[in-house]
Design a protein around this ligand. Structure first.
Ligand code: B1M
Length: 212
């Protein structure tokens, strides 16, 4: 079995140790970090999501898989951010209020750091006021919001509206992403960009920074 398949399978079984061991092995075998992430870790997590949806597995299984995902991400992280000095600008990121999913948001943070951005990570369950106040105080260029639940997506609109209300929407731009979010939704709420994945998020944020 190939090493990326092993990573995906052990992640689905929530086996942190094996995920760590095979992630290290994949690096030694010179697999590209991006491939280990997409075809190993994220691949496994997507299958977990599908199985959870059809009630084949339950919440504790998802939690274990998430811990295994983090074990792999911890090993990959230094490879994505190696040697970069933050010069591209400041980005405030967080998962919106009510949302505790933070794996995708953390991945976006890792990729942005790797691209030379300074990141202020507010964590998860972040209130709209907190996003806006932090971005204003820190003179950040962009607010990046993540939502995985359909019920938490409306919080993204609150942040966009709050920026408009405070006339900050020209100096602080917004990008939204997460499994429940779409390009169409981003347009609907008047966000400045939509990031399908963490790579796309970096591309979009680079453009937003240049537009300012
Ligand atoms: Co939850 N969960 N979960 N969960 N969980 C989902 C999202 C769900 C789709 C599962 C399902 O039913 N198939 C479903 C949501 C349904 C819906 O709203 N339509 C769901 C549910 C229902 C729930 C609970 C309500 C379950 C319950 O309690 N009954 C509960 C809610 C808790 C809360 O937030 N208040 C819950 C809890 C959990 C755990 C805590 C167990 C765990 C989270 C652990 C953690 O994050 N620390 C968890 C997990 C792991 C998932 C799934 C299985 C995987 C999510 C994940 O990490 N994917 C998920 C199923 C799925 O998404 N298919 C599911 C890997 C990650 C890399 O992908 O986050 O999408 P993702 O990030 C991607 C892109 O979306 C993008 O970049 C990343 C890729 O590079 N991206 C951005 C993300 N943020 C971005 C921001 C950007 C740009 C791009 O710009 C700023």
């Amino acid at each position: 079995m190939d090493v990326l398949t092993e990573i995906s399978l052990y992640l689905q079984r929530g086996n942190e140790e094996k995920v760590s061991a095979f992630t290290r092995q994949a690096i030694e075998k010179k697999c590209a970090p991006k491939d280990i992430l997409n075809n190993g870790l994220i691949h496994g997590m997507n299958i977990i999501g599908e199985k959870y949806k059809i009630h084949e597995i339950f919440l504790p299984d998802v939690l274990l898989a998430a811990k295994a995902m983090y074990a792999g991400m911890d090993i990959l992280k230094p490879l994505f951010i190696k040697g970069k000095i933050p010069t591209m600008g400041k980005v405030v990121i967080g998962s919106v209020q009510g949302d505790l999913h933070d794996i995708g948001k953390n991945l976006v943070g890792i990729m942005l750091r790797g691209a030379g951005f300074e990141i202020i990570d507010l964590g998860n369950n972040v209130a709209p006021e907190k996003f806006v106040e932090t971005a204003r105080q820190e003179n950040a260029t962009v607010i990046g919001m993540s939502a995985l639940l359909t019920t938490t997506m409306p919080v993204m609109k609150k942040v966009v509206d709050l920026l408009k209300e405070k006339s900050l929407n020209n100096s602080i731009r917004t990008i939204v992403g997460g499994a429940s979010v779409s390009e169409e939704f981003a347009r609907e709420i008047d966000a400045d960009a939509y990031g399908y994945d963490s790579i796309k998020a970096v591309e979009c944020i680079k453009k937003l920074v240049h537009q300012r």
